[in-house]
Design a protein around this ligand. Sequence first.
Ligand code: LIP
Length: 306
Amino acid sequence: MADIDLQAVHNTLVAVAFEAGRMILAANPNKISTDTKLNAVDIVTETDQAVERMVLARLRAAQPTFAFVGEESYQPGVTRVTDAPTFIVDPIDGTTNFVHGFPNACISLGVAVGRVPVVGVVYNPFQDLLFTGVKGGGAWMQRNASLEVGKGQGERVRLPLAGTPAPALGGLSSALVSIEWGSQREGENFEVKARTFRKLAAAKEGGGGMIGGMRSLGSAALNLCACAAGQLDMYWEGGCYAWDVAAGWCILTEAGGRMVSGNPGEWETTVDSRVYLAVRGASSGQEELVKEFWDIIGDGRMDYKH
Ligand code: LIP
């Protein structure tokens, strides 16, 4: 990795993210063609595909030796994240939000080396909101990021927003946690989620977690960025892919957060494990909160194919 200029790669990704953002904003979700993949809620639009084609062309030109893993060009059972320097790209994360015009969608551009995310750029064009992270260089958030006409560019603010050391974490009953149903709606993975959501919400007297609040932003990348910012305490999901999490993972860890497995007991996880639990940066309480969450999952285990 010593010979890769991560800051230069980051700068390329930011420029590509703004170009993608303009394409996403120019698309009218009511008029574009939409298709489904796994099932009726696993949506892909012509804009996802057009953005990925543009991103691939730009990144190939900028770093021809890097591998490329993208949501729309992924081939089940064939595409793998290897140890090689790899761009890991989701052209539109939050596609369901995008087709509804709900302003919670982004482009997610990550780079992994040795399967570890080392650069992350997440850009929500609807809010002109940019999150970035470079290994060893911290994580940052910027509003009015693309310098739209008539708007001043926002200040780059270091994450977490509360500063470092970030406030201590308490237990689940004071935590704001994001969860997602994902697109698989049957089988044991679905049952584990449904049981866990119920138990998280239930009162302590009934053996539950009495969780402070649950949210679903509809985008893994934006969930991770909100954890990095300290706006969410945790994020738990099974079923999403490396391209949903690679960029946000780097941003989260650079903000002092931690990514562990979404299955109990596994403190280390990989970018393509498809089961993730993120916890925000904090002066104390990270491990305790993770263990409390895992206790709620209990014997449940999620297992997704690659
Ligand atoms: C989405 C993920 C989200 C998950 C959705 C979907 P997409 O990615 O970011 O976390 O719950 O099912 O996979 O399809 O919008 O790129």
